[in-house]
Design a protein around this ligand. Sequence first.
Ligand code: GDG
Length: 475
Amino acid sequence: MGYDLVIVANRLPVDRVDQPDGTSTWRPSPGGLVTAIEPVMRANDGVWMGWPGGTEQDLEPFEDNGLEMFPMTMTAEEIEGHYEGFSNGTLWPLYHDLVAKPEFHREWWDSYVAVNQRFAAQAAELANEGALVWVHDYQMQLVPQLLRELRPDLRIGFYLHIPFPPAELFQQLPWRRQVLEGLLGADLVGFQLPGGAANFVRLVRQRVGHKTHRDMVYLPDGRTVRAAAFPISIDTKEFEQLAQSPEVTARAKEIRSALGEPRKIFLGVDRLDYTKGIYARLRAYAELLGDEHFDVEDAVFVQVAVPSREQVEEYQRLRDETDRLVGRINGDHGKIGRPAISYLHSSYPREEMAALYRAADVMVVTPYRDGMNLVAKEYVACRYDDLGALVLSEFAGAADELRQAWLVNPYDINGMKSALLEAYQADDKELTRRMRAMRKTVRSHDVNAWAESYMSALTAVPDAHGKTVRPARRR
Ligand code: GDG
């Protein structure tokens, strides 16, 4: 038996947790993507294939909360070459404006190809005749073409969650043509922003030589590929309801009181990643304290840095640098019981995140480059009181939609200082004016709207015979 919908992602939406008694269970890894895809999966007899983390080899398909999961194994060498190496040491920095220096290693590429081949072969086995296969993100860019070679009957979609870089950067990649051709195996290549789609089409024209017109690529075999933007979003209603719950309301109060009831709380929530601009934002904040615009009795900066990719050297270095900076700022500006920065290197349940969003007066999101940034949208969704300020980098995809935030260039420390100070000083009328407009945007464009528009665009792309397929069902 096969499936009418196959989701292919590097990771499964659940993590394997080993119990003390030697058995293991599955814990959902909460995130926007699962919520987005769940209704489509349920309505279409779908399966999700991906790696659950770890190196265990004999994993069996299983059901989690009524959803079919197909775990893919990874060996230690594959994790090193495909995941930590080519995906996170080459593509991640290359696609994020070279915030770190990408490394190009031929063994990493070989491992990337091998893992993509294995995922494509497995998807080909799981998919029913004429099924939809939706491939996700930068770790899987060769799957569309490999899969099409095995199964030309399938309708294949690809979605990139991170930015797609301009030609000037992308062409550094020694395997640039293979990656472009890999993506062209899809009927629809989805990006966060129109700029990413335009970069892709331009590269296809220049590097592969196919004919293009606007967002369409015309292949020699008569097939067309569409490249378009589908900005991802969150389950706005769910976050809003969570924020309104009595437990979260009480916890938000508790957080404020534990922090000593400062006048204002600044908040940053990010994976500890060098693209997120944590270092620069903390420096800007420390300078505001140094310039005596306010002091540690007035305000505190809570920075949650969620552990991420800890085996990759660049991330270990970032952690050390951030630790040192936080130590120095607290040493310079803190008082007993009043740190300047309350720094938490940990991950938290969603309820705690919602309570932090509710407790924070100024949310600070300052990546150097970010596909979208869901944290910014989650903060807005939680501010049903129409208060709270958002300081947002121009270089996050979310800045295209959240125009009423205090938009900043994260490379400009003085500009960030001014924005942080303005947000700190803003009166309720100003805050409400901005927040109301942003809430309207996040409400009308939620994750369901995202999934729906992607799916209907995928089924509308004509195949080599000019045919489209019946739209995927949704509940
Ligand atoms: C990539 C792209 C794009 C974080 N810490 C905890 C936690 N989170 C949740 C947040 C949010 C998600 O993780 C992070 O999403 P972001 O969008 O902020 O950033 P990336 O992880 O870099 O995501 C990005 C995204 O894909 C989707 O396409 O927007 O540009 O880089 O939902 O709330 N959740 C819980 N505990 C934590 O400690 N429960």
